[in-house]
Design a protein around this ligand. Structure first.
Ligand SMILES: NC(=O)c1ccc[n+]([C@@H]2O[C@H](COP(=O)([O-])OP(=O)(O)OC[C@H]3O[C@@H](n4cnc5c(N)ncnc54)[C@H](O)[C@@H]3O)[C@@H](O)[C@H]2O)c1
Length: 327
């Protein structure tokens, strides 16, 4: 299945790599960034898809701490030592950490090298590999150095999901549930059925993101809808430390908070609260206790999305109908 509404094609497949191979054949040299989990678990993928004679592989330590200036510098040094040229390609094979980091290397090294995303977590498949945001963290916060940089191709192979832990899989489902709430009521219904097709829900979640990004690539209005649940979610992540709670778990609490606030502001239909809570429970997304909401509300005030004219807070009126309320 190929989605091509953006400037680049997104290919969703199960273990068919011909299209990716064809793209890679266009380049004299290929520079891969991956992490140690993916590299160990998916040796066959690397051996089958890449011509090792023309490939340099840089393996990073798994986890958020690798999205740093230090690791960025190490990758740039390694690729420059291997004489990377502007007409080579950088390929990210991994989750959102690898994609954001490798994408930022691609955007900045030699003022821009072609970039291919091969997302290997569900979260990366439905969210971070599409939409062109790349970047790294600093000690002051997440994603504070970055760029909008289009990949030239996104290769989504659902076969990668077979080695993901249940918790990581559910982490990705949080973003799929979010996509359904801001743009696709039919997807919301499909998610209630545990026997849904994974290809279909990935495709539908991506379509929601693509439609929004196409209208507002640089996040001046509609793209904010993608932040549904993220305002409180980011505050929870910061307070609880990124290792204790996963992004999807944090934004799930954030989505419930946004629903409750929406009901309080008389924006959201109040019948939605139970229905959405049940779906989030079905995917184990509210299992981690987060404690006192007021603590996060204070953090929210310093959220980077805060503007001088107030905090842009995303609510939904009904499933598929988001709006921004300034609070
Ligand atoms: N650019 C964007 O638009 C955007 C959007 C959302 C999130 N993000 C970023 O994405 C990052 C989170 O991404 P993530 O949740 O994919 O985290 P991640 O990249 O840290 O991956 C999570 C874990 O899964 C492991 N893993 C990856 N693929 C695997 C596989 N197939 N089998 C087994 N294990 C595998 C990784 O090694 C890691 O331990 C954050 O840094 C976040 O800021 C970016």
């Amino acid at each position: 299945m190929i989605l091509s509404d953006l400037n680049y094609e997104i290919h969703i497949t199960n273990n068919h790599h011909q299209l990716l191979t064809e793209k890679l054949n266009m380049y004299a040299h290929v520079f891969i960034v991956t992490d140690a989990h993916v590299y160990t678990l998916h040796q066959n993928f690397f051996n089958d898809v890449f011509d090792m004679k023309k490939t340099v592989i840089h393996v990073i330590k798994p986890g958020e701490t690798s999205k740093s200036l230090e690791v960025y510098q190490t990758i740039c040094d390694n690729f420059l030592d291997h004489q990377i040229k502007r007409d080579d390609v950088i390929v990210a094979v991994g989750g959102g950490v690898v994609g954001d980091l490798a994408g930022f290397v691609a955007a900045s090294l030699l003022r821009g090298v072609d970039f291919i995303q091969v997302p290997t977590t569900l979260l990366a498949m439905v969210d971070s590999s599409v939409g062109s945001k790349v970047g790294i963290n600093t000690r002051q916060g997440k994603n504070l150095i970055g760029h909008f940089y289009d990949p030239s191709f996104v290769h989504i192979d659902v076969n990668f999901l077979n080695t993901l832990t249940k918790r990581e899989l559910n982490n990705g489902y949080a973003e799929i549930i979010k996509a359904s709430l801001i743009g696709d009521p039919e997807l919301f219904s499909q998610l209630k059925n545990p026997k849904h097709s994974i290809d279909e829900v990935i495709m539908r979640a991506l379509q929601v993101k693509i439609d929004i990004v196409k209208k507002d690539p640089f996040e001046s209005h509609e793209r904010m809808f993608l932040n549904f649940g993220h305002t409180l979610g980011h505050a929870i992540e910061k307070e609880m430390n990124y290792e204790t709670i996963k992004h999807g778990e944090a934004i799930s609490h954030g989505m419930m908070y946004a629903i409750k606030k929406g009901i309080e502001y008389q924006i959201t239909e109040d019948t939605l609260e139970k229905e959405i809570e049940n779906l989030l429970h079905q995917y184990g997304l509210l299992n981690i206790q987060i404690g006192d909401i007021e603590m996060y509300e204070k953090r929210m005030q310093s959220d980077k999305k805060q503007r001088k004219d107030g905090l842009q807070f995303v609510c939904i009126q009904s499933i598929g109908n988001p709006l921004i309320k300034i609070i």
